[in-house]
Design a protein around this ligand. Structure first.
Ligand SMILES: Nc1ncnc2c1ncn2[C@@H]1O[C@H](COP(=O)(O)OP(=O)(O)OP(=O)(O)O)[C@@H](O)[C@H]1O
Ligand SMILES: [Mg+2]
Length: 366
């Protein structure tokens, strides 16, 4: 038995805890909330990120720690890492929780991104608009998720409004990418430096929130698959990273641009629970506890649909043969991810058929 601490107790910690049980890995989740999604399946330590008593409760008897949330302050990660191995490291967290640092890292390793410029005040915003051009997307450097903390800007006036709406927080302006599609790659790096990759998957977002993932992505060229693996491997290596990370990418004109790096298990990897030989959750735990990585081989064709806002009738979903329902135990609220459904098939046509049935129940993706 090993005790694994997780910074954050959301649905990702919940699914990590479920994956850990067969390996007798017991999870402890530190989360400021009173009853986070991981609470039913992990020991919950409640407290703010700066709370020294919570830190002590979290560390007691812990073998290794990890995180499921990049919003964790680097200072908290450092306090944990001073006492117990933390994978990924505070350095990897610092480089990926801040959109500007992340883009600088990509640049330093020759990995293409949208054009970008830092915005710290109104004068910098005006300069950034000239440098980056329009349309553009203004994003907070930290703490954005599911499309929150960002706005598309079409002219100088809307840029100024967006900047004020974001509270004047340190931000980055990036060029709007007219991508053909969004894809991502989930990779896992072991303690010994070995890296394994899940196949490139296709992601559909609406209003900045991931709606659906298709795995593997249809029609990925060998060049794109190799390019995705290559950039993921280079960044993981550069960060000395241990565990699962996801790389969100824009596919445009036969090239990939890096959108963002998630230093954790990722929504576009949820399909791996039923759709891959080893799930991203199990592989993350294997990596951080020093166990050999499991096969990332996909089992046929999978699709994952997020349940956003409210829960459709579970019976209607479960009446669809092969549909797997995952509910996170969260209160329904507009724009909130409260669960997901995964379907699997032996061929693409079969997948589209069953995916269509799921999407009719959850209200489609149009
Ligand atoms: N520069 C851009 N050009 C075009 N579309 C963009 C750009 N940046 C973001 N988007 C769209 O908005 C979505 C969310 O953006 P991003 O990934 O930066 O934010 P996020 O809030 O961290 O999202 P999540 O937490 O869901 O990954 C992207 O997946 C994409 O659909
Ligand atoms: Mg994103």
């Amino acid at each position: 038995m090993k005790r694994v601490g997780v910074l954050g107790g959301g649905q990702l910690a919940r699914m990590l805890a479920l994956a850990g049980l067969p390996l007798d890995l017991r999870l402890r989740a530190w989360d400021p909330a009173a009853d986070p999604p991981a609470a039913p399946v992990a020991e919950h330590v409640q407290g703010d990120w700066g709370d020294p008593a919570a830190l002590e409760r979290f560390l007691r008897g812990l073998d290794v720690a990890t995180l499921e949330l990049e919003g964790v302050p680097v200072a908290t990660a450092e306090a944990v890492a001073a006492r117990v191995p933390l994978c990924p490291s505070p350095r990897a967290l610092a480089a990926t929780r801040d959109r500007l640092e992340e883009k600088r890292l990509a640049l330093a390793h020759g990995i293409a991104t949208a054009p970008f410029a830092a915005v710290d005040d109104e004068a910098k915003l005006v300069a950034a608009l000239h440098e980056v051009g329009l349309p553009a997307v203004l994003k907070r450097r930290t703490e954005g998720y599911d499309g929150r903390g960002q706005a598309v800007v079409r002219d100088a006036a809307s840029a100024l409004r967006a900047w004020r709406d974001l509270g004047g927080a340190p931000s980055v302006l990036e060029g709007f990418v007219a991508f053909e599609r969004e894809v991502s790659i989930v990779a896992v790096r072991a303690l010994d430096g070995r890296v394994a990759f899940y196949p490139v998957v296709e992601n559909l977002h609406r209003d900045g929130i991931l709606r659906r993932t298709i795995a593997p992505a249809p029609g990925v060229s060998a060049e794109i698959e190799t390019a995705a693996r290559d950039l993921a491997a280079r960044l993981l290596e550069a960060l000395g990273y241990v565990g699962v990370a996801a790389f969100e990418l824009f596919e445009v004109g036969g090239r990939l641009l890096l959108n963002e790096i998630a230093p954790r298990v990722h929504n576009s990897g949820h399909w791996t629970i039923e759709g891959a030989s080893t799930s991203q959750f199990e592989n993350h735990l294997r990596a951080v506890t020093g166990l050999p990585l499991g096969s990332t081989e996909p089992l046929g064709f999978s699709a994952m649909c997020n349940l956003i806002g409210d829960v459709p009738d579970p019976a209607a979903l479960l009446a669809i043969p092969g549909a797997h329902l995952h509910l996170y135990g969260k209160e329904p609220r507009a724009g909130r991810k409260i669960g997901h459904v995964t379907v699997r098939a032996t061929d693409r046509d079969g997948l589209l058929d069953v995916l269509g049935r799921v999407e009719r129940v959850i209200g489609g993706t149009a």
